[in-house]
Write a protein that binds this ligand. Structure first.
Ligand code: CO
Length: 216
């Protein structure tokens, strides 16, 4: 007997629906993938990359971890970026955080959670870097939202400074790095006004984003 039978049932229904719309969909997709986008997002179950952007299988390469972090020694994330940029030649890398991120909240609260504290330490580094700015925000929930935004902006900066992205720009490869944030409460994406297309633009784009807020 199959375990989790309801998930297999739902899978069959889904595959049938897709085939009803395009009989060759899976056959065509099985030969190759050529996504234009790499999504680096939070592992949170409420932020499914393809669903919230309305993209089909084959259209977005996806990496998710707790609190959408891009760490310079994380071989998993760096390998995803390398494969996406050098083999798939994606045109866009989207770092997408979300308001109400449990990882960011855990980092803010400074309670002990075990192994994950080492991972969340990177968010505490972001908070420390922007201590003066965050200190000006009195309202705790607003401060939490702002740290969710700042975390995305810092991760965009990290993506831009990976050897993979620096080399791609050096070669003249067209590649844009974006910072977005998602609202769990209304299902909407917001642009954090950081959209980096070259190494030279990073500094100015970063400062603009840090000074600004999310826009529609
Ligand atoms: Co999260």
């Amino acid at each position: 007997m199959k375990k989790l039978k309801h998930l297999f049932d739902k899978n069959r229904e889904w595959a049938e629906r897709v085939r009803a719309n395009d009989p060759d969909f899976f056959e065509n997709l099985s030969h190759q993938q050529s996504p234009n986008y790499l999504w680096i997002g939070c592992a949170d179950s409420r932020v499914p990359a393809n669903e919230i952007t309305g993209l089909m299988p084959g259209e977005m390469f996806v990496h998710r971890n707790v609190a959408n972090l891009v760490i310079h020694t994380d071989l998993n994330c760096l390998s995803v970026i390398q494969f996406a940029v050098e083999v798939l030649e994606v045109k866009h890398i989207i770092v997408c955080g979300h308001y109400g991120c449990g990882g960011v909240l855990a980092a803010m609260e400074n309670k002990k959670h075990g192994l994950i504290d080492n991972w969340l330490r990177h968010i505490q580094d972001v908070a420390q870097k922007h201590e003066a700015h965050l200190g000006e925000i009195r309202d705790a929930s607003e401060k939490f939202q702002r740290l969710c935004e700042l975390n995305v902006i810092e991760q965009v900066s990290n993506v831009c400074q990976t050897t993979v992205v620096e080399n791609a720009w050096e070669r003249g490869q067209e590649l844009t790095i974006h910072g977005w944030i998602y609202g769990l409460h209304n299902g909407l994406l917001h642009d954090l006004n950081i959209c980096v297309t070259s190494r030279e633009d990073l500094r100015a784009d970063y400062l603009t984003a840090i000074r600004g807020r999310a826009s529609d």
